[in-house]
Write a protein that binds this ligand. Structure first.
Ligand SMILES: Cc1ncc(COP(=O)(O)O)c(C=O)c1O
Length: 490
């Protein structure tokens, strides 16, 4: 039975500007304290590990509590039970440590709550989106009529772009059946592309996964063979996807070679640049995207390498009319003219109906810092990864999987005669439980590797040295704890 709550609520209180101001100032103070901790990083964990059962119990008890007037203690508990993404020791997943100004743009977006699918419920948002996406299209070197929109996440972005490719292909080739359609991607492509292929109705065996080379880049020397295979089986390749970069190892496919292949056989060329797209802002790393100007579609997450809170993704089409292909359908209560392709009713082109004004984050960052902030961020973080890998390479107790091409480094502790897969996966778990750092793991070439994504501009080489010390400490603890393998720590 639910507890009998007092349900009488005074909306004058709920909507009170004074209460909002009072609580708001306190919350800003708490978050500012968190930012100071993130910078100083002394004695503050990245996470306070608890088991799922412990967390569930904690929040079940909390939920039973009396109503609260001020949510500040609640917020403090949420902070305590969450990964502190801004801490220098957070080097786990590819999630942005958001630029602090975006905590404030988040408040603005929530306050306005303009669900910008329809122009008048998002006048500013729709205009900003056009300006930023058109600008990005130019920066990627696409033609003048390239354009697109912002959607909620890379997975949705990939789905939207690949669905558009399919729609266009089937319109142009009405005799082709869905069972014949093939998408080609690297075996290292993010699972969202694979999932998309299933969502849009492709047969599993028609997802052609191209093997990768020693650096985990798509083997473009095999593309022709795959084409011939498809041809023999009367299958039609309608889309090929390049990775910029892969999630697991941060490897960049050779987009120029993929573009040549796509051009030769008139195949839609999609680039999943969710993570590595912002390399385009760096004169030093732009070359990683050579060939991207030939793409039919590109996605890039603002919430990975661009300091924006989740989720916010650019979907860019080579020709703006592509983006109107997919969702031309009737919604008379939203738009009077169903067929027109105006840019300012963005809901006509996205999956979302009520769409968040997430563009405000990136627009504000650009107005305050310009593209320079992304150039600096990419160069700092890719440089940090490169130096970290070089340090690891100088040591005999660690092994690096590949020379990092971005800010992702995969490595493992090897100073042991035991099973390195078990050992390294144990180390990763122990580091999570320790809480001073957060790292993740991945499997590559059948081996388990520790994996860091250097997303945070506060993280230093000295922090990473401390991480190595902790890894060695955890490895040596495993020697005592685990009987089934012997670890020989120097
Ligand atoms: C290469 C790549 N594509 C797509 C995605 C999915 O993006 P999102 O998490 O924004 O849906 C990811 C996420 O890590 C990714 O690394």
């Amino acid at each position: 039975m639910k507890k009998d709550r007092n349900i009488s609520v005074d909306f004058d209180d709920v909507n009170s500007a004074e209460t909002f101001r009072n609580i708001g100032y306190q919350i800003i103070d708490v978050l500012a304290e968190e930012l100071t901790k993130a910078k100083e990083n002394i004695g503050f964990p990245v996470l306070n590990w608890q088991t799922p059962q412990e967390q569930l119990k904690f929040w079940q008890d909390d939920f039973k509590g009396d109503k609260i007037e001020n949510p500040l203690p609640l917020f403090r508990n949420i902070i305590k039970s969450s990964i502190n993404i801004n801490m220098r020791g957070n080097v786990g997943h590819q999630i942005a440590a958001p630029h602090p100004i975006t905590t404030l743009t988040s408040a603005l977006i929530a306050h306005l709550n303009n669900g910008m699918g329809v122009y008048e419920v998002g006048m500013a948002g729709n205009a900003m989106e056009k300006i930023v996406i058109d600008d990005l299209s130019r920066i990627f070197g696409l033609p003048d009529d390239a354009s697109g929109f912002v959607t909620s996440g890379g997975s949705l972005g990939n789905l939207t772009a690949i669905l558009t490719a399919k729609t266009k292909y089937l319109r142009e080739n009405p005799d082709v059946k869905i069972d014949q359609l093939v998408v080609m991607l690297s075996e290292e492509a993010h699972y969202s592309t694979d999932r998309t292929a299933s969502v849009i109705g492709l047969r599993k065996e028609n997802i052609f996964k191209v093997p990768v080379d020693a650096d985990f880049r798509m083997r473009t020397d095999l593309l022709e063979d795959f084409y011939q295979l498809a041809d023999r089986e009367n299958k039609k390749i309608f889309c090929i996807i390049g990775c910029s970069c892969s999630t697991s190892t941060g490897s960049f496919d050779d987009l120029a070679a993929i573009a040549d292949f796509a051009h030769k056989y008139k195949i839609w060329f999609h680039v999943d640049a969710a993570h590595g797209g912002p390399s385009v802002f760096s004169t030093k790393y732009r070359h990683l995207l050579n060939g991207i100007h030939n793409a039919n579609s590109i996605i890039m997450d603002f919430h990975k390498m661009m300091g924006v809170p989740s989720l916010s993704t650019a979907v860019i089409f080579r020709h703006s009319w592509y983006s109107n292909l997919t969702f031309s359908q009737d919604a008379k209560y939203l738009w009077q003219d169903q067929k027109s392709e105006e840019w300012y009713n963005s809901g006509k082109r996205t999956f979302e109906c009520t769409k968040p004004m997430s563009i405000v984050h990136i627009y504000t960052i650009l107005r305050m810092y310009g593209y320079d902030i992304f150039q600096e961020q990419i160069e700092l973080l890719y440089g940090l990864a490169k130096d970290f890998a070089e340090n690891l390479n100088k040591r005999s107790d660690f092994e690096v999987l590949i020379k990092p091409q971005s800010n992702i480094v995969c490595f493992r502790f090897i100073n042991s005669k035991g099973d390195l897969n078990i050992l390294n996966s144990k180390i990763q778990q122990e580091i999570v439980r320790d809480g001073r750092f957060y790292i993740v793991g991945t499997t590559a070439s059948g081996q388990y590797y520790l994996r860091v994504s250097l997303m945070n501009t506060r993280t230093t080489q000295a922090d990473l040295q401390e991480l190595l010390n902790l890894i060695i400490e955890k490895a040596s603890e495993q020697t005592m704890n685990v009987d089934n393998f012997k670890i020989n720590v120097q």
